[in-house]
Design a protein around this ligand. Structure first.
Ligand code: SAM
Length: 236
């Protein structure tokens, strides 16, 4: 079973019967205080999605992440935030990096762990059930954080708290790479469209935005890849 993204209308209409927490990715757009952990129904959506194969779970690393690695832009240790079923983490571990993948969907972490048990990687990979808004509580620091598809799931009021959470676990000079749906996608399908200013507004003090480039996110949607931003952001 394929679980797709919600329509924009579903996301916009919070009173819609389609907004049953078990079936919508509109859960990506919760109104929740920025300091609160991710709401339970947001994660019910993802747990439900991972009972099948969500359209973002392509069974291989994202090309953008692979290109970053081959360009030498990534330094270990790496934190893969919202790692899903772990393909990006496992790929980076296969290159010899030490990687921790975290996700708040139990089903995703279980699938990632099962893959890790079956694959031999030259680096080290571990997966943990963890909230991206509470990375400071991990008690570790990383030189790189990758975010493939999480940022666009956060409610706007959660983004600054997410940036602060990332700031707490990246060492000075470390980088976060964010790959997210961009505002260049046609309206009507998918999660929230992110504008460059949404990224700039979330990563203000304590960060230097080095680039926000056009890229693509590969999906299992009929269209295949969708327009994405790849943001390169350095922790000061
Ligand atoms: C679109 S999926 C992308 C998954 C994976 N990075 C990939 O490329 O396949 C977004 C992921 O973010 C996770 N997520 C959403 N909110 C989260 C939070 N507050 N903390 C940790 N993970 C979260 C979801 O469970 C989901 O696995």
């Amino acid at each position: 079973m394929l679980h797709g993204f919600p329509t924009a209308a579903m996301v916009a209409d919070t009173n819609s019967p389609h907004n049953d927490p078990g079936t919508r990715a509109g859960a990506c757009r919760h109104r929740t205080p920025a300091t609160e952990p991710a709401p339970a129904n947001q994660m019910q959506f993802f747990d439900h999605a991972y009972e099948g194969t969500p359209t973002w779970d392509i069974g291989r690393p994202q090309g953008a992440i692979a290109r970053l690695a081959s360009s030498g832009a990534i330094a270990g240790p790496i934190l893969d935030v919202g790692c899903g079923t772990g393909e990006n983490s496992l790929y980076l571990a296969s290159l010899g990096y030490e990687v921790l993948g975290v996700d708040l969907a139990r089903a995703a972490i279980e699938k990632a762990g099962a893959k890790a048990a079956q694959r031999t990687v030259s680096g080290r990979v571990d997966f943990r059930l963890w909230d991206a808004l509470r990375l400071d509580e991990l008690g570790a620091t990383y030189r790189t954080a990758i975010d493939s598809g999480l940022f666009h799931c956060l409610a706007p009021e959660q983004r600054a708290a997410y940036a602060a959470s990332l700031h707490a676990v990246l060492s000075p000079g470390g980088r976060v790479f964010i790959l997210c749906w961009s505002a260049r996608n046609p309206f009507g399908l998918g999660p929230e469209r992110i504008r460059k200013l949404d990224i700039r507004g979330s990563f203000r003090s304590g960060w230097s935005i080095e680039a926000i480039d056009e890229d693509s996110l590969e999906t299992l949607l009929p269209a295949g890849a969708v327009h994405a931003w790849l943001a390169r952001i350095r922790r000061i």
